[in-house]
Design a protein around this ligand. Structure first.
Ligand code: 4AD
Ligand code: MG
Length: 429
């Protein structure tokens, strides 16, 4: 029976054939232990000289790392193995002999691994990270589908910017100028006026010259937008969504989290509701801790980490000064110098994973903001129309997928959380 490593549990004590690659190998004169991987998982194949043909044992001894093969053997339950099973090999057939695979089980430097990202992805740790990423995506669709949201796809090529003009990727659009999307939000607001509750999930581009462990040039963002919802209600959606993602990863990625040696006790505590702290209080708290930061200044990574350390769960920092936030955020009704917004800061130093706000729904105020931010009324006329025809209170947010993967997996740098990272000095592979 042809099967996959993930499915071997159905065939205990039966003979199966698996298409696999050789991840690693140990052998002596009489026995060979093959670490096999097929994309669905990892399993050990045991080849005993006395029990297989001479030809098969010779192949087992000679086979090189990352060669591809068909392995036929009997599935055994094995408590000691991480997958719970082992394969007693009966015969081997080599499909392709790999020569001099560059990534050996020894340690390699980061740049070397990044240059070989197309191969590095095959390693056990990278495989685990990609599986966790996939689970977050699956849980995202599940959450929004179960909560009455429709998925809407905003354009990637745009004529306007959502998050300021400093980090736009410029390109020609025939004779016009165009930019790669830095957020689908403005279009999602239009979609919310048509479909009520919507979410997008797509690539996002920021020409950021910052070289930090939290910044990618190209990343993926989930952007829900909800009509007839105020900021407080949006925060509830956010904490329920993040709780669902974290609990799904804990339930469905136990093996991957074990591979990554993730301390899951910290993730288990992540359940709604999440604490909230105002920007004002956060500044005061930082000043008490000796940070030189004044009201009106934005937080850097060390500030976010210092605040996050006071809490066991992700924490919302609410009501930032209008001056340091995007043009579309609705002012606080009693304190117009701050806006109805929040950033969600992950625990353990993983930084801001969500940025969200209630949006300005008043046409006149929006026109004023266009003027203050030098936004051309021509390019943004369509966005103003949303305030002209049946304007309603509405809110939304954006969750950065890679930072969320980094947090779930406990990995230091976002470059390992996306299959092919685009970084400041990296467009290859
Ligand atoms: O805070 P940001 O810039 O918010 C927006 O773009 C809003 N328009 C979203 C909305 O309300 N619909 O980005 C949202 C999230 C951040 O919290 C962060 O997780 C992630 O996107 N992010 C990045 N992730 C990786 N690399 C970068 N350069 C990122 N910039 C933002
Ligand atoms: Mg932000």
């Amino acid at each position: 029976m042809k099967t996959t490593i993930a499915e071997v549990g159905k065939y205990v004590e039966k003979t199966v054939t698996i298409g696999a690659w050789l991840a690693n190998k140990r052998s002596s004169g009489k026995i060979a232990f093959l670490q096999l991987r097929d994309g669905t998982g990892f399993i050990q194949g045991v080849v005993v000289k006395a029990e297989v043909s001479e030809e098969s044992f010779k192949l087992a001894k000679e086979i090189t790392q990352e060669s591809s093969l068909y392995v036929t053997g009997t599935v055994r339950k094995d408590e000691r193995s991480p997958s719970g099973y082992e394969l007693t090999v009966e015969s081997l057939e080599v499909i392709h002999h790999a020569k001099d695979y560059p990534i050996t089980p020894k340690e390699h430097g980061t740049e070397f691994l990044m240059d070989h990202r197309h191969l590095w992805l095959r390693s056990k740790r990278q495989h685990a990270i990609m599986k966790v990423r996939n689970e977050i995506i699956r849980a995202t669709y599940e959450f929004f589908n179960e909560n009455g949201f429709s998925k809407v796809d905003p354009p990637i090529l745009t004529g306007s910017s959502a998050e300021g003009t400093t980090n736009l990727f410029h390109t020609k659009y025939f004779d016009e100028d165009a930019y790669l999307s830095q957020s689908g939000q403005l279009y999602m607001e239009a979609a919310a006026m048509a479909l009520g509750k919507v979410f997008s999930f797509g690539p996002t581009f920021r020409a950021e010259k910052s070289k930090t462990r939290r910044h990618l040039i190209e990343f993926w963002m989930i952007e829900p937008e909800m009509a007839f919802m105020d900021h407080e209600e949006s925060l509830e959606v956010q904490e329920n969504y993040v709780t669902h993602v974290v609990q799904s990863v804990l339930s469905n990625c136990q093996q991957e989290l074990a591979t990554l040696e993730r301390d899951t006790s910290k993730l288990e505590k992540v359940k709604s509701p999440f604490p909230r702290i105002s920007y004002d209080d956060a500044i005061e708290l930082l000043q008490k801790d000796g940070y030189e930061i004044k009201w009106g200044e934005d937080f850097g990574a060390p500030h976010e980490t210092a605040i996050a350390e006071k809490f066991e769960k992700p924490v919302f920092i609410t009501n930032y000064p209008a001056d340091i936030k995007a043009f579309y955020m609705k002012p606080h009704p009693e304190r117009p110098e701050v806006v109805l917004c929040a950033d969600l800061i992950a625990p353990e130093g993983y930084g801001e994973i969500i940025g969200g706000s209630q949006r300005i729904d008043d046409e006149e105020l929006m026109v004023k903001r266009y003027e203050e931010h030098n936004l051309s009324i021509d390019a943004y006329q369509w966005y103003l129309d949303l305030r002209k025809y049946g304007s309603v209170p509405h809110s939304g947010f954006g969750l950065g997928l890679e930072r969320t993967v980094a947090w779930m997996c406990g990995v230091e740098h976002v470059r390992e959380t996306i299959p092919f990272p685009r970084l400041l000095n990296r467009l290859y592979p």
